[in-house]
Ligand binder design. Sequence first.
Ligand code: ADP
Ligand code: MG
Length: 382
Amino acid sequence: MILPDASIGVLGGGQLGRMFTMAARTMGYRVLVLDPDPHSPAGGMADQHIQSDYTDHASLDLLGDACSAVTTEFENVPAMSLTHLSNHCPVRPHPEAIAITQDRIREKTFLQENHLPTASFQPVLGLDDLESAAEKLCFPAILKTAALGYDGKGQVAVADLDAAIAGYRSLGELPCIIEQKVSLALELSVILARSITGRIAVYPPAENIHVGGILDYSIVPARVSAAIAGTVTEMACEIADRMDYCGVLATEFFLTTDGDILINELAPRPHNSGHYTVDACLTSQFEQQVRTLCGLPPGDTELLSPVVMVNLLGDLWQKGAPPWEQVFRHPRTLLHLYGKRHARPGRKMGHYNCLSDDLEGALEMAKTIRTSLEPADLVTQA
Ligand SMILES: Nc1ncnc2c1ncn2[C@@H]1O[C@H](COP(=O)(O)OP(=O)(O)O)[C@@H](O)[C@H]1O
Ligand SMILES: [Mg+2]
């Protein structure tokens, strides 16, 4: 076990790295963050910010030598960097698991090989593949780049083969998957922590509402039957077991209008839809990341209150900082801002968690606050 006062590291200094750093420091660990951005959200919270590119060997050596273990806040770290680091100290989750989740072709193939349900898909490595895929899939479909996509980026919806060809070109002819567009009833996510000895602690499924490919808000517990909650929970645990995973794992699910449960994608780290755990659960997803990284058993995931988490995107900053007093008026809503200097449309700037004795109350509070944060003239126009 790696115990407090030891130094631990994280690759990436965004909001996930920042909340990891805060959890780790609260528990008494020293934290090193490696991120190229001099103003990264996590850098200022860390004991040491190594400002460097993710592929810089000298910086990776520095991090690996100073730390008892290293984790990552995002899946797009070059595999080479993780392998390089693992010559110095344990890297958790292990690089093979991260490699699966950083490439949609590998990820979906892994799920398929393990008989776990996904939307029908075909890998696309060239224009020829698109034509043969079109014979096997029904349109409409979605073309997604295999690597580096997030928040709906690197995706195009396509209605037929011609649109798919145009879409593939617009994505730079990069390796892609083309997958069936499914009719969504609901989206869910399950976040779990799996220890180095294989002990799993799972959070209750979150119900996620996306707008324009970006998570807008999450409702917990999800408004689904116990049977559905049980099935998605079992699937998430099975994935973690099959990968002999160590760390926090998020699994996104689609519930279709036909009643099918499909796995959408995996994230080898804490997840935006798990931010509710910080205020509404006994142990947060970030403390779980610290615990699993340090070889400790996972903490209790009990949900202490119904909760709605609302993302704050840069769009809200059009007229300057939103009127935060509208959030602070509510004693059971907790504001989290990531300390980003520049707000851009679609950029995740923060979130708030609304707690209430019942979900209806939490949802109403979430909506009232959101409206009160909209830039003034937009509200008047509405
Ligand atoms: N096959 C699909 N059918 C219907 N909706 C989809 C499909 N794939 C993605 N979406 C929608 O787009 C969102 C983002 O897609 P996702 O594959 O999760 O990419 P990202 O990595 O950007 O989160 C999903 O949460 C869902 O709302
Ligand atoms: Mg997603």
